[in-house]
Design a protein around this ligand. Sequence first.
Ligand code: NAP
Length: 249
Amino acid sequence: MKLLQDRVVVVTGASRGIGEGIALKLAEQGAHIAFSYVSSDEKAKALEEKLQSLGVKAKAYKSHAGLFHECEAMVNDVVKEFGTVDVCVNNAGISRDNLLLRMTPEQWDEVMTTNLKSVFNMTKQVIRPMMKAKKGSIINMSSIVGMRGNAGQSSYAASKAGIIGFTKSIAAELGSRNIRCNAIAPGFIETDMTKYLKEGEASQKFLSQIPLGRFGSTEEIANVTLFLASDMSSYVTGQVISTCGGLNM
Ligand code: NAP
């Protein structure tokens, strides 16, 4: 028996990177996948087909996670098409790094909307079917930067710290309904978001700070997501799991 046989999973921001890895891993374990993206039409179509070839139901939604009405429309359609939502992975995120002196209000707002408001938008929608089913797992993608801070990333760090406060509050609010809510705090994971770090001159400096001595893979984040999505973690809620090669300790 697969760990997520016939569970319905929603993943935001899955056309590339960590979200794509999560969608594939969870589908391999029998989950039906509804996922969102904003601009990568071809990649989203390719992923939708790849997921379907694994024998599960899959649907791509061009839906901005930072916009409340788009999340509402997406989740309403998922409930209609898939029947319910068992797991929600709030993964969509961006960085618009800049020193505070140079950061514009627009840059700040864009990061807070896509990274933090998105988590409110989606969670508010998915708890309705979850409360009805008396079960659910919500997984929010934070970052170790949300716990440690990082020069040049004040907006990103604030959004990721906000996710942690939200996660713990929702875990407290909805535990009695058998709805769990946890966060993952990745370190440096190899995706488009971190390409500039891996290829830049400073990459040795970053690597020297990581006890395991390497960047992580999207599959390594997907493995932790699978644990939190499945009944393997049935007594885990309100937690933040650093997945960072030991960088955050
Ligand atoms: P990525 O490679 O840049 O991919 C971002 C994904 O999010 C893409 O699929 C993108 O869609 C989608 N997206 C962006 N804005 C969106 C929006 N408003 N609504 C819906 N989807 C949206 O990023 P990643 O590295 O995989 O990061 C995924 C998550 O992990 C983010 O929350 C990030 O902050 C977090 N994280 C990453 C790292 C790391 O080292 N990579 C570390 C810590 C935390 P399009 O393709 O259409 O643009």
